[in-house]
Ligand binder design. Structure first.
Ligand code: ADP
Ligand code: MG
Length: 728
């Protein structure tokens, strides 16, 4: 066998379950031990400093510099006692990853000795030499500075002997260079807007928070096999590779017994996650072979995002120990399911009331309905933007396939609520207004009873109501989910504000409050009706139906990105105070650039695979066929030899044809790239890459995969799907 692949398989065979430290204490005893949380703060901070940080967490209050010094000193004492030597500001640049720059605590004392030191300044702000982070033109070189600033609402923690401080990343002129800033601002927008609506129903709510629970899907591949695949290594997905004879068609992997080597890995990273305060709750096999999922208990959205990104770092780190590779790519393998991050989203008051749970009285149900229809209306108004928020090269390969949500937005609410909304819509008899009013209130009173047996589930809907929360399933598995969540928060905030204004208008005109609310609920139901869809979101009929309803689907990625600079979008973000026009334009530019660069890299790796791995292998195999035919001709009469070699010669021809086509396509693809590369306008460049380079990826793959089915298995250089997906 090809020495490369053989070596990888041999190495795999020696990979036994890693020996790892098994934590025997109950989780509650070591949970969050590496986090500078409440308990640690109480121990290491003065009462005053403790209260200042708590107020910053609860109410977003600013922390005084002198207090910051004290907090820094307390944090340092704790961290050094825990064995930390360094500290870092951890931020989320606009690349879907996290960034960090480590500094050690050591300093020279006045008398020249080495001491550990950590000042308030270093805690509060850092100026990373970060001119190479994407900034979409927001930092011209003369103001190339950006700085990170402490986010006290997400607690500091220790990882690898380093004190990690969650921060925002902002340009010298104050523009957001990260995903955390718009996300935090959108959470504030939700808070204000929800309070605005809640005032109609109750008046002792002080704040509203967003709760978020993220289900994270991922693939596991043996590390040795992974290293024998340049495409996996560089692009995190297989660019070529014929599907295995069996993958997920028997549906025997989902919720099946987790392979023991993977269980060891899971236990190990779960333990590390617990120590960092991440409440991992669920683990199971996913639909595709070697695909899995984990999910923590939901918590406040900003923390959930930080935890999710931290979890990804942890999983990658721990996997190394187990000689495994975690793949977060949205579509690493053709023909089997891709991976997502299902974002479970709801809103909660400071009293612990979930605003998406129907209540028990007509008035609490009116409140529920107001919030509920506002979310639906928000999705309707910005359905294309919501879908565009998940658009990326990776997700392009995933959306539309198998279990994945399709690239057109719809909202599923379950048949019970669907009926309730329909009946509210239909309840209008101007002839008998009093009767209609009574009926409406009857319906509202009945909601909790009707809802009790509501166990509907629709996994083909990108945005589904699941009893007390919405689940957005289209978000890609590799991204920072804040990139979609700040948009969701913004559109809902906008719609809640609009809801309140309309109710106020009716009240002003003399309508009694409950009736005014009911009126607006009904209007929202009617106006947003086209977005509601209870059927199969993967069906062809739905694609047609969606078009009829005026719902715009995603055609290609750069086209979708244009939604960001649409007038309506810019107005939205300015209205809710989440992003300025300049920031949106910068984000837009960065999105396009990342897309184009990724595609460029994929195309390069594809060229390398075909020219340097696949074609030479095919030629080797073809030579063995030629040699064999020649031998037959030597031994047998020409007539006999002709009959014997007929099929063989056909195969030799076929291989030549594939090789020629592959060479030609790679050549043309390179030419297309060259042509696109000279274009300076980033929108045009992304569009041209999509139009002229992207189609080659599939075309080339098809021929390479055909060769895989012809060429002697012994010679094939790359680990095959059956190995990648079933070696565990
Ligand atoms: P599924 O059945 O959809 O796979 P999981 O149990 O895997 O569900 O994950 C559901 C996620 O939703 C978890 O993170 C859970 O904590 C979260 N969740 C549950 N209730 C809420 C809520 N009210 N708001 C936000 N997230 C929630
Ligand atoms: Mg799940």
């Amino acid at each position: 066998m090809s020495s490369f692949r053989q070596r990888a398989l041999d190495e795999f065979a020696t990979h036994k379950a890693a020996r790892f430290f098994v934590e025997e204490r109950p989780v509650s005893e070591f949970f969050a031990q590496n986090v500078f949380g409440q308990e640690q703060m109480k121990k290491y901070l003065s009462q005053q400093a403790f209260e200042a940080v708590t107020a910053a967490i609860r109410e977003g209050k600013k922390i005084d510099r002198s207090i910051a010094d004290e907090v820094a000193s307390g944090m340092k004492s704790w961290a050094v006692e825990m064995g930390a030597t360094h500290y870092t500001h951890l931020f989320h640049p606009l690349t879907d990853s996290t960034a960090e720059k480590h500094e050690s605590f050591i300093d020279r004392s006045k008398t020249g000795e080495v001491v550990e030191n950590f000042k308030g300044e270093a805690l509060v702000q850092q100026e990373p030499d970060a001119s190479s982070f994407p900034n979409g033109g927001m930092r011209s070189t003369f103001e190339a500075r950006g700085y990170t600033a402490w986010d006290p609402s997400s607690p500091a923690f220790i990882l690898d002997q380093t004190l990690c401080i969650p921060t925002i990343f902002v340009s010298y002129t104050g523009e957001a260079l990260d995903m955390k800033i718009p996300h935090l601002k959108s959470l504030e927008a939700i808070n204000k807007a929800a309070l605005n609506v809640l005032e109609l129903f109750q008046n002792d709510v002080a704040s509203v928070k967003v709760n978020l629970g993220i289900e994270q899907e991922y693939f596991i591949v043996d590390d040795a096999l992974y290293r024998a695949r340049p495409d996996l290594q560089i692009c995190n997905r297989t660019l070529i590779g014929h599907t295995a004879a069996k993958d997920q068609q028997l549906e025997d992997h989902y919720f099946g017994a987790i392979p023991s080597r993977v269980t060891c890995f899971m236990k190990d990273f779960e333990t590390e996650a617990y120590k960092l305060g991440i409440m991992l709750k669920t683990r199971h096999n996913e639909v595709a072979p070697n695909q899995f999922e984990c999910a923590p208990l939901f918590c406040e959205a900003n923390l959930t995002i930080d935890h999710n990104l931290l979890l990804m770092i942890l999983m990658k780190k721990v996997a190394k120990k187990h000689r495994l590779k975690v793949i977060f790519h949205e579509k690493p393998f053709m023909g089997v399911n891709g991976s997502g991050k299902h974002c479970n989203w709801s809103m909660m008051t400071d009293k612990g009331e979930n605003l998406l749970s129907p209540g028990t009285t007509p008035s609490t149900n009116l409140q529920f309905l107001s919030i509920f229809v506002s979310v639906i209306k928000a999705i309707y108004e910005h359905h294309y933007l919501m879908m565009a928020s998940v658009a990326s090269l990776n997700n392009y390969y995933r959306l539309g396939g198998n279990e994945a949500p399709p690239a057109v937005m719809s909202v599923f609410i379950g048949s019970t609520l669907d009926r309730i909304l329909d009946s509210i819509e239909n309840m209008t008899s101007p002839a008998n207004e009093a009767k209609a009013k009574k009926e409406r209130l009857d319906i509202v009173r009945l909601i909790p009873e009707i809802l009790q047996d509501n166990t509907d589930r629709n996994r083909t809907s990108p945005f589904a109501f699941t009893g007390n929360r919405f689940e957005f399933r289209a978000v890609g598995s590799s991204v920072n989910a804040a990139s979609s969540m700040y948009i969701l928060n913004s559109i809902v905030a906008q719609q809640l504000n609009a809801f309140r204004s309309r109710v106020d208008k009716y009240i002003y005109e003399g309508t009694e409050k409950d009736e005014a609310v009911m009126k607006v609920i009904r209007e929202y139901i009617i106006e947003s009706k086209p977005i509601r869809f209870e059927g199969n979101g993967y069906s062809k009929e739905w694609q047609q139906e969606a078009r009829k309803r005026g719902l715009k689907g995603i055609v290609n990625v750069p086209e979708a990105y244009k939604a960001f600079i649409d007038k309506k979008t810019i107005a939205l973000f300015e209205e809710v105070g989440v992003l300025s026009k300049r920031e949106i334009e910068a984000h837009y530019e960065i999105k396009n650039e990342i897309y184009t660069k990724k595609l460029q890299i994929e195309a390069r790796v594809m060229g390398d695979l075909i020219i340097n791995h696949i074609i030479p292998t095919a030629i080797k195999f073809q030579n063995s066929l030629i040699e064999n035919a020649r031998g037959i001709k030597e031994l047998f009469s020409p007539e006999e030899a002709d009959i014997m070699c007929e099929k063989q010669i056909r195969t030799i021809r076929k291989i030549s044809r594939y090789i020629n086509e592959l060479r030609e396509d790679v050549h043309d693809m390179i030419a297309a790239r060259k042509e696109a590369n000279v274009i300076t306008d980033f929108t045009e460049k992304a569009a041209l890459y999509t139009e002229t380079v992207l189609p080659y990826m599939e075309k080339i793959r098809t021929n390479a995969d055909k060769l895989e089915m012809i060429v002697d298995d012994e010679l094939w250089p790359l680990p095959k799907y059956r190995e990648l997906l079933f070696c565990r």
